[in-house]
Design a protein around this ligand. Structure first.
Ligand code: DC
Length: 223
């Protein structure tokens, strides 16, 4: 069974996808991490993110790999573990620009389709999973949450990852709203709810409460 969870950043997609995948004993793929990995690589190589030609040239030497370590997927770019590096706020600021390039999307979608061959099915979370990549997925969710709630989650995540840095909650909220706009208004595969996706508002619901809703839909689908 292919299950997709789309929605804006910070709505809790990753946490939910991970938990639900564990319960169902199937794989889970965070497709945002793929776009983040490309962004990290280009920034590391000091490539101008507005220069498509330079980006294409630079990506000829890009390799991306998922490795399962201690029950968890880690992301590797050219053999370097970038799993934490791709969560930095510099990546937050620039990743939408990278994700808007159709040629980048095309190659990552190709990888996502390969991952979907995983035996037993998988859960994919992202922006265009239900609309473009897996339009025939058996179960689709679209998770939303108030930007204030999402900014707070992101703030807590950043504090945990980089405890010595200081963060401005208001700035995080602004950056989240800007990213939503960018991701929703791009021409290629914008962030959009699939018509047949179940809309869940995570603003005032606990992770467990949302999991329960998802479980009910999974059971319904299985029956
Ligand atoms: O989910 P996230 O915040 O880690 O996603 C990072 C960026 O990647 C986000 O700005 C939108 C983009 N993205 C996308 O365009 N398509 C996807 N399937 C997943 C993420």
């Amino acid at each position: 069974m292919i299950i997709v969870i789309d929605g804006p950043s910070g709505a809790g997609k990753s946490t939910l996808a991970k938990k639900l995948a564990k319960e169902l004993g199937i794989a889970y793929f965070d497709t945002g991490a793929m776009y983040r990995s490309v962004c990290w690589y280009l920034m590391e190589k000091k490539v101008s993110l507005s220069d498509a030609k330079q980006i294409k040239e630079s990506l000829k030497n890009f390799t991306f790999e998922l490795r399962k370590e201690v029950g968890e997927f880690r992301f590797f770019v050219n053999n370097k573990d970038v799993s934490n590096l791709i969560r930095a706020s510099e990546i937050d600021k620039n990743v939408s620009q990278v994700a808007a390039y159709p040629f980048i999307r095309e190659s990552l979608v190709h990888l996502q389709e390969e991952f979907s061959q995983t035996e037993g099915g998988a859960i994919f979370e992202g922006r265009d999973m239900g609309t473009v990549v897996f339009p025939n997925a058996e179960l689709k969710f679209f998770l939303v949450a108030d930007p204030k709630v999402r900014a707070m989650r992101r703030y807590e995540q950043l504090k945990e990852l980089y405890p010595n840095a200081t963060y401005d909650l208001k700035e995080i909220e602004k950056s989240i709203i800007k990213r939503d706009e960018y991701d929703s208004n791009r021409t290629c595969s914008p962030l959009k709810k699939a018509q047949d996706a179940h809309l869940i508002d995570a603003s005032d619901r606990s992770i467990n409460a949302i999991l329960q809703i998802m479980r009910t839909f999974v059971e319904e689908q299985r029956a």
